[in-house]
Design a binder for this molecule. Structure first.
Ligand code: F6R
Length: 366
């Protein structure tokens, strides 16, 4: 049932070209320039008129929410807040009619996320679920939404559900931006095509497998690691650090690259691996200067870069190259090397990567 792979986690990482394709199928039509999502279209009016959007989630799903915040604000110009469900539910949040809540959950059973949307629903908010498990509690509690169609995720650490969430959230944002007119026709068409190309680019990113395994052997004995990124790649850095913590038990922190100067840079020495998510985007020059700052302090720089990026090449100790994609779309591709790296480090250390210690697949208690 692991389909010839050593672990479910690896199988699920490698399924992503297909799971993302399944998620887009029947919804995205790049040729005709349409996105069809019935569970979103029903709420089109509330969405286009929303004063704000609040995203609630936990863990990896919360990271998908952060990427969505950047995408939604860019293309819909609706202010977005991303909340940890556990914090949101307990602080008597200001929420009510006119608010749209997006709940993101692989399992659809995370207790904090479920209770957060139940109380927001009582107060009159519209709840849209982005859920993987069909018929789950969060899916049933939501007014509408869209399934990620990633198939069962057995590995405890979330991989294919994350990229599925990003695919759904991106389609939602493009749909709303297009309806609202906040997204130009040209940019809309371009992004539809970019989204359409994701499965193929993810497959290319997966071809880095052996190289990433070699890097895993090189860095597996680190006691700490830093993950840095800016803009759309900042949440990817957070997700990279979370994957490493969960699977390899190496202490890792993700930060916006510029925040490093405000504290974490004190950690940098010649033993600290610093993973930069540094693909070509509007923040690229800034990220390169952050890399330089780490190099100047003798940190080890491992950079995830777009193919053919010579500037980054000169600054990094090690490179992982991925196909170039528009910055809105890139997180789906850049997440792949993060997942593989955590996987191979965990395996090299002899850990049970499918069932990391102390973790449960779905957190149904608060
Ligand atoms: C991380 C991971 C967890 C979940 C979190 C939310 O790899 O799996 O952080 O993302 O527990 O779970 P769902 O998405 O099921 O609500």
């Amino acid at each position: 049932e692991k389909g010839g792979y050593d672990h479910f986690m690896l199988k699920e990482i490698f399924e992503q070209p297909h799971t993302i394709f399944d998620c887009l199928r029947g919804r995205l039509d790049a040729t005709n320039g349409t996105i069809t999502m019935s569970g979103i279209q029903q709420y089109a009016e509330q969405l286009t008129q929303a004063k704000r959007i609040i995203i609630v989630a936990c863990g990896t799903s919360w990271h998908a929410g952060l990427v969505a915040e950047y995408i939604f604000e860019e293309v819909t110009r609706i202010p977005v807040e991303v909340e940890y469900a556990s914090e949101f539910r307990y602080r008597n949040p200001v929420v009510g009619e006119g608010d749209v809540i997006i709940a993101i959950s692989q399992s659809g059973e995370t207790a904090d996320t479920l209770v957060a949307i139940e109380s927001a629903k009582e107060k009159g908010a519209i709840i849209l679920g982005v859920v993987n498990v069909v018929g789950s509690s969060i899916a049933r509690t939501s007014h509408g939404g869209a399934y990620t169609h990633a198939g069962p995720e057995i590995g405890v650490a979330s991989t294919k559900a994350f990229t599925g969430q990003l695919a759904v959230l991106t389609m939602m944002a493009l749909k709303i931006g297009h309806l609202k007119g906040t997204l130009s026709e040209k940019r809309y068409t371009h992004l539809l095509n970019e989204l359409n190309d994701v499965p193929e680019k993810v497959a290319l990113a997966l071809e880095q497998k052996d190289h990433i395994e070699a890097l895993a052997l090189k860095y597996k004995d680190a006691t700490d690691a830093l993950y840095l990124g800016r803009g759309y790649n900042f949440p990817v850095a957070l997700e990279g650090a979370l994957k490493l913590k969960e699977i390899s038990y190496i202490h890792a922190e993700g930060y916006p690259a510029a925040e490093m100067k405000h504290g974490p840079i004190a950690l940098v020495d010649d033993k600290l691996p610093v993973f930069f998510v540094a693909t070509k985007d509007s923040f690229h020059e800034k990220v390169l200067s952050n890399m330089q700052e780490i190099k100047a302090r003798k940190g080890k720089v491992i950079a995830i870069v777009s193919e053919g990026d010579d500037a980054a090449n000169a600054l990094a100790d090690d490179l992982i190259t991925v196909p170039f994609a528009d910055e809105l779309i890139a997180p789906m591709i850049n997440a792949i090397p993060m997942q593989l790296l955590a996987y191979y480090i965990g395996v090299a250390k002899g850990y049970d990567v499918d069932k990391p210690r102390n973790l449960a697949k779905s957190v149904t208690v608060e």
